[in-house]
Write a protein that binds this ligand. Structure first.
Ligand SMILES: *Cc1c(COP(=O)(O)O)cnc(C)c1O
Length: 411
């Protein structure tokens, strides 16, 4: 017996009705624009929460207009650290005093990678992979060129991700730093971090993890996994809004010796003394450089409120149910039409999105956007279906995959 489109539509509705997080999509602000049928790109830019619309307006009228410069003393000066602690506790598995918010992921990667390399003097190699997000690769190229270091590239399986064998093959006593993404931005492959941390440390090297594609969809235990450094953005699954500031984690064991290269007054000990000479602030504050982006930190707090209500375990369960349903539809409808699946079928190795490939997908993505179905395209010919566990419905998944099928069939 074959499953008809109607069966899948019914299933999607049943899954939405039975979903323990079914109330949460309504906690997000929807545009009045009826042409948006399905938003499947929450891993590039999350939707705004309803709370954020109110909180941003209140911030302008109450905090900014009302407190003026006093706001810095009362709250804003410490916000990168207090919000960092909250993020650490709610989603990163990080104890207090190790996380901060600020800059972009790219800039924080630069600061942390440079600071980490200084902790391994004499070692000359950085391990990275060809499928990592471009910004990660470019900036390590820049650091290596600047300091005469060697990049040891891993050519991981494009349809999978970096494994312990891949990393072991390039580690040596020359390795200073290993830089990896927790979830591959294209395939969605979820790396085994405890294992990778262990082999990295056995080689005497440090691990810097990019959490952009896992934070807010996958459970993370930085302290327990013994990760050295981590960065990530807040505008994907954390719904911080376009260009919201990123976060950094520096494990407590490294904090005393860690010095980052962008010496600014906000990361100096006693910044308002305006003293001569840079002395790093104690603790995680030393990661800061200039005046932090306070307005950009407001929406993050609203997503953390939602995450604290439900817990990361429930989020991960929903995320897996969404990717599972997506794969089921893709296998029934799209694989027979020549579509290939780039994402892991094994749920334990899968992050929060699904990537499928077909030679026509570049043109089809443009037509999907015209139909109000919004995934994104990733070269060479992948459609990436980003499923945000708090805001995406099974009905949206159904609408998205059936629209791709219709496009492939020329309907
Ligand atoms: C989205 C993403 C980035 C983005 O970096 P920005 O500095 O915020 O532009 C970096 N790395 C990975 C793995 C990403 O997915």
């Amino acid at each position: 017996m074959t499953t008809t489109p109607l069966d899948f539509a019914v299933r999607a509705d049943e899954l939405d009705t039975a979903d323990v997080l079914r109330e949460y999509p309504a906690r997000f602000l929807r545009s009045e624009d009826p042409s948006i049928v399905a938003y499947l790109d929450g891993n590039s830019l999350g939707r705004p929460t309803r709370a954020t619309a109110d909180r941003l307006a209140a911030f302008v009228s109450d905090a900014w207009a009302g407190r003026l410069i006093r706001g810095w003393d009362e709250q804003w000066f410490d916000l990168p650290l207090t919000l960092g602690d909250r993020l650490g506790e709610s989603v990163l598995g990080a104890g207090p005093g190790q996380c901060t918010i600020g800059d972009s992921t790219t800039v924080l990667l630069y600061k942390l990678a440079t600071g980490a390399l200084a902790l391994r003097p004499g070692r000359t190699e950085i391990v990275l992979d060809r499928d990592n997000f471009p910004t990660d690769r470019y900036l390590l190229e820049s650091i290596a060129a600047d300091r005469g270091l060697t990049l040891r590239w891993i050519d991981a399986d494009f349809r999978g991700g970096v494994t312990a064998e891949d990393v072991s093959a390039v580690l040596s006593e020359q390795t200073a730093l290993v830089v990896l993404s927790h979830v591959a931005y294209r395939s969605g492959y979820l790396l085994d971090i405890p294992e990778l941390t262990e082999i990295t440390h056995d080689a005497g090297a440090l691990l810097l993890l990019d959490l952009c594609h896992s934070v807010g969809s996958v459970e993370i235990e930085l302290d327990r996994w013994d990760v050295d450094f981590a960065v990530g953005c807040t505008y994907k699954y954390l719904n911080g809004g376009p260009g919201s500031p990123a976060f950094a984690y520096v494990a407590a064991t490294h904090l005393d010796d860690f010095v980052q290269p962008i010496w600014g007054w906000m990361g100096r000990d006693a910044p308002f003394e305006m003293a001569q000479g840079y002395v790093p602030a104690p603790g995680i504050r030393r990661v800061l450089s200039g005046t932090p982006a306070i307005i950009g930190m407001i929406p993050i707090q609203d997503t953390l409120d939602l995450i604290d209500e439900v817990g990361m375990a429930a989020l991960r369960t929903k995320s897996l149910a969404l990717t599972e349903f997506t794969l089921e539809l893709v296998q029934a409808w799209l694989v027979p039409l020549g579509v290939e699946i780039s994402s892991p079928l094994d749920a334990r190795r899968r992050g929060g999105h699904v990537t499928i490939d077909h030679p026509q997908f570049r043109e089809i993505t443009a037509r999907l956007w015209d139909r109000g179905i919004i995934p994104d395209f990733r070269r060479p010919d992948g459609i990436r279906l980003g499923l945000s566990p708090l805001s995406t419905t099974f009905r949206e998944v159904y609408a998205g995959v059936s629209a791709i099928r219709a496009e492939l069939l020329g309907d």
